[in-house]
Ligand binder design. Structure first.
Ligand SMILES: C[S@@+](CC[C@H](N)C(=O)[O-])C[C@H]1O[C@@H](n2cnc3c(N)ncnc32)[C@H](O)[C@@H]1O
Length: 180
């Protein structure tokens, strides 16, 4: 990850959340790989319920907790875990929405999508964003592991998600919304 300021120049989180259906009617959310809390904090400000923000890096969990405290948000639960190797440890059907933002280049995307499906309620939503498959983007995983939207849709369908919708999240990202 680049430093926080540089990372957060690449997105308009509020606009992306709105486009991907994260609004006032959403109750609980699980975010896989919260990083600096770039999307955690704006999500916590608009949803009805709680956001479970998961990350393997203690620094990312610390920063996300600190930002939640500074914003006086009591609905952010930042949890240190390795969701690929150990799962999230959240109960089945915890959430209405699962966020996989800039994370599906990891090895074992199927394992991650299965875990996202497990923690979602029936008809829950899965939001995916990732860097466009364009070598000119200022950041992003190497082109060799950067998944195309079609690839993400195929993985998500294999994990049991349906009704994919695709969005252009200019300038550098694409978005996908699917249903459990
Ligand atoms: C590229 S960052 C994206 C952060 C955030 N979703 C965003 O878009 O701003 C990916 C994050 O996933 C975390 N991560 C990677 N592998 C993980 C794993 N196995 N378990 C938990 N977190 C993981 C990293 O520590 C990192 O903070």
């Amino acid at each position: 990850m680049p430093d926080q300021k540089a990372w957060e120049n690449f997105f308009d989180p509020e606009k992306i959340l709105k486009t991907l259906g994260l609004g006032h009617r959403v109750n609980n959310v699980v975010e896989f790989g919260c990083g600096y809390g770039t999307f955690t904090i704006p999500t916590a400000k608009i949803i009805k319920g709680k956001i479970y923000a998961l990350d393997i890096e203690p620094d990312m969990i610390r920063i996300t907790k600190e930002r939640a405290r500074n914003n006086k948000l009591d609905n952010v639960e930042a949890i240190l875990c390795d969701f690929i190797n150990d799962g999230s440890n959240l109960p089945n059907e915890t959430a209405d929405y699962a966020m996989l933002f800039n994370i599906l280049h990891l090895e074992q995307p199927g394992k991650l999508l299965n875990e996202a499906r497990r923690v979602l309620k029936k008809d829950g939503k899965l939001g995916i964003i990732h860097w466009n498959c364009d070598p000119k983007t200022p950041r992003g995983p190497s082109m060799a592991i950067r998944p195309k939207p079609e690839q993400c849709i195929e993985w998500a369908k294999s994990a049991g998600f349906r009704s994919p919708k695709r969005f252009d999240l200019k300038p550098y990202h694409y978005g996908l919304l699917l249903v459990k």
